[in-house]
Design a protein around this ligand. Structure first.
Ligand code: GTP
Ligand code: MG
Length: 344
């Protein structure tokens, strides 16, 4: 229902995992664009945010999702880089997230950055599911584009199904070694205490309906109260990137995870020195399904609420720092907000 959706915050979903295990490809499949092709060396160097509205999710999930069952507005996905040198970007993405997808290549299983991601999720107590990706690469796999995974598995020969099962149980075993009780997602009743494993292929789209269904279910069931937090208060977010933007000067790409930001708001932004106190000159919003990192045509908005990826143009932002907090002052004392930003 429209009214409920407008009062609930969009859950933030971080996509984490080892380099090349298919994080960007998976998101790419979901948003149907080709960000991956524009990436230098196919390594994601920066975090991007992508908003996917509920109607798109239910379109992809087909029979698995009844949009009437949900009053969340959609999901905000944050892609993170798997390359070992980007630990801070990964932990920033993990810490921001309400829920997460841990992408694991079924052939490679757990790798160093898989383990690192699990530790970030455990530390921040972020509920997550595992996308066991690249099932299409199992020799003899008989693909059916975009099919729900159980339907796909039924199509496979006994030998292929046996091979897939073996790989999946290896991942389940590795999760259990890390102290997580895990099982195939369709056997998991309680996603808060058990990790569901969803076999997927970012290439053929198989299992993607399941993945989105489980993410929506997880958000709706366990995140609801948090989602209903004050989405009308002063905005709070984290700086992902500081960028020069033609015609706007220095800007910051921000994931807004709470409250509202408005044009002309005074904001306080963390920097290497004293926090920056400045006035918002323009709020630049990527269109739904667009990737903030590659989107050049932004829509100027006068107001935006969490959760969203937003580009903020304001004077003095060149000193802002990736990973720093952003807080809107609104009716509060500036000094008090500056202190909060300093303490974060
Ligand atoms: P980083 O951002 O560098 O950490 O990598 P990533 O996890 O985003 O991986 P990416 O999506 O760039 O995929 C890496 C490679 O695996 C690309 O060549 C993809 O085409 C390929 N790939 C990803 N998913 C699948 C899949 O499900 N099946 C097959 N066959 N190939 C895949
Ligand atoms: Mg990537």
């Amino acid at each position: 229902p429209e009214s409920a959706a407008s009062s609930l915050r969009t859950p933030i979903v971080a996509v984490l995992g080892h380099v090349d295990h298919g994080k960007t490809s998976l998101l790419d499949k979901v948003r149907g664009s080709a960000v991956i092709e524009g990436e230098a060396g196919a390594i994601t160097q920066h975090i991007g945010a992508t908003a996917v509205p509920l109607d798109v999710i239910s379109g992809i999930a087909g029979d698995l999702v009844d949009p009437d069952d949900f009053d969340l507005p959609g999901l905000l996905f944050i892609d993170t880089p798997g390359h070992h040198s980007f630990t801070t970007l990964r932990s920033r993405g993990g810490a921001l997230a309400d829920i997460a997808i841990l992408v694991v290549d079924v052939n490679d299983g757990f790798q160093p950055q898989t383990e690192e991601a699990i530790e970030i999720l455990a530390q921040s107590q972020t509920p997550f599911i595992v996308a066991a990706n690249k099932v299409d690469t199992v020799p003899g796999w008989n693909a059916e584009e975009n099919a729900p995974i159980q339907k796909s598995l039924e199509r496979q020969s006994d030998r292929v199904r046996g091979d897939v099962d073996e790989k999946l149980y290896e991942i389940i075993g590795q999760l259990s070694d890390k102290g997580f009780s895990a099982d195939m997602y369709w056997r998991v009743q309680d996603f808060q205490n058990n990790v569901g494993v969803v076999p997927v292929s970012a290439m053929t789209g198989e299992g993607v309906p399941d993945l989105l269904t489980v993410m929506m279910g997880l958000s709706q069931r366990y995140m609801k109260e948090e989602m209903a937090i004050d989405v009308s208060g002063p905005g709070v977010g984290t700086v992902l990137e500081v960028k020069e933007e033609k015609g706007f000067g220095s800007t910051i790409d921000v994931v807004l995870y709470d409250g509202v930001v408005e044009e002309d708001d005074t904001i306080v932004v963390g920097s290497s020195g004293d926090p920056i106190v400045t006035d918002v000159r323009a709020l630049l919003k990527p269109r739904p399904l667009a990737e903030i990192r590659t989107e050049s045509r932004f829509e100027k908005v006068d107001r935006l609420k969490a959760a969203s990826g937003i580009k903020i143009a304001a004077p003095d932002l060149d000193r802002a720092m990736s990973g720093a907090p952003v807080r809107v002052v609104r009716d509060r004392e500036i000094d008090e907000v500056v202190e909060e930003v300093q303490a974060e």
